[in-house]
Design a protein around this ligand. Structure first.
Ligand code: G3H
Ligand code: ZN
Length: 283
């Protein structure tokens, strides 16, 4: 069955590894993600954004994640990514999600705390884990689009207070990464990660994990990051393969002929990430 992130995140923070959240975009992504986890013996978080839920259908998302969890026997969480409202959170919990993110980062601090607390109360009552967010992460992801000049780093004191009041199970803070592809190398504020992590129990979540240099990932984990979200790198791997195949062989018409190799490419990216995050062998 699907499990809340609390099944593995406390241990991740204690032992110094991170569990990857890989976003489901379609059937092939779902298969690539679970196959990577099986081969790596890694705990796993399926991310489903509101855009992906609209695309795939809520019940399809839950059904695919449940089959993956049952067949693999691994600790697998199905997590709403960047949930935008209490209503959406409740809809996902009722459909079978084991974990939710409530992204109130665009609200003023007090309002973000108030709304997140409400989500935590409802979710924890039914054994569902919660991720909250503070500060604004730049870049583009589905419905979210934040210009670089509007991206705002999290203030450590506010993040600590946010956690104390909300008791979220995972704490996303803006520390300099961005959603989507980077134009240059991200400048990660390791000092913010360190200060917040030392003062709260929950692990820090790093959004925009694509394109972050391996060294920065390792350092972030050592300082208290316990969950890392990756989507764009998988999408790039998938689309590059499809583009190459269709370009080289215009006669191909069977979707399996390009979606199969695309799935293999996604799986390879994820396996590399699991090794980098140190979650391989932890299931
Ligand atoms: O919430 C999802 C992630 O933060 C994905 O970011 O597409 O830059 O890897 P990414
Ligand atoms: Zn994100």
């Amino acid at each position: 069955p699907l499990v809340p992130m609390t099944e593995f995140l406390p241990r991740a923070k204690k032992e110094g590894f991170a569990v990857g959240q890989f976003n489901m975009n379609n059937l092939e992504f779902t298969q690539a993600i679970i196959e990577a986890a099986i081969e790596e013996r890694s705990p796993l978080i399926f991310g489903a954004s509101e855009g992906a839920i609209r695309y795939m259908g809520l019940n399809n998302v839950v059904a695919l994640a449940k089959v993956a969890a049952e067949e693999s026997g691994l600790p697998v969480a199905l997590h709403l990514d960047h949930g935008s409202s209490f209503e959406m959170v409740m809809k996902c919990i009722r459909a079978g999600f084991s974990s939710v993110m409530f992204d109130g980062s665009h609200y003023p601090l007090e309002e973000n705390i108030r709304l997140t607390k409400k989500v935590v109360e409802a979710a924890h009552a039914v054994g569902v884990s919660v991720e909250g967010e503070l500060g604004t992460i730049g870049g583009v992801e589905d419905d979210l689009n934040v210009a670089e000049e509007d991206a705002m780093l999290a203030k450590p004191e506010e993040a600590i207070r946010f956690w104390e009041e909300t008791q979220v199970d995972a704490m996303a803070i803006a520390v300099g990464t961005a959603h989507g592809m980077y134009k240059g190398e991200p400048k990660i504020r390791f000092d913010i990660i360190e200060k917040v992590s030392k003062n709260i129990e929950a692990p820090i979540v790093l959004h925009g994990g694509s394109g972050v240099p391996d060294e920065s990932i390792r350092k972030s984990i050592a300082l208290g990051v316990g969950k890392i979200n990756v989507n764009t790198e998988n999408q790039v791997a998938c689309t590059n393969v499809i583009r190459d195949i269709l370009g080289a062989k215009p006669e191909v018409i069977d979707p399996r002929k390009y979606l199969g190799p695309a799935r293999d490419a996604i799986k390879e990216v994820i396996k590399q990430k699991m090794r980098l995050f140190g979650s391989s062998g932890k299931a």
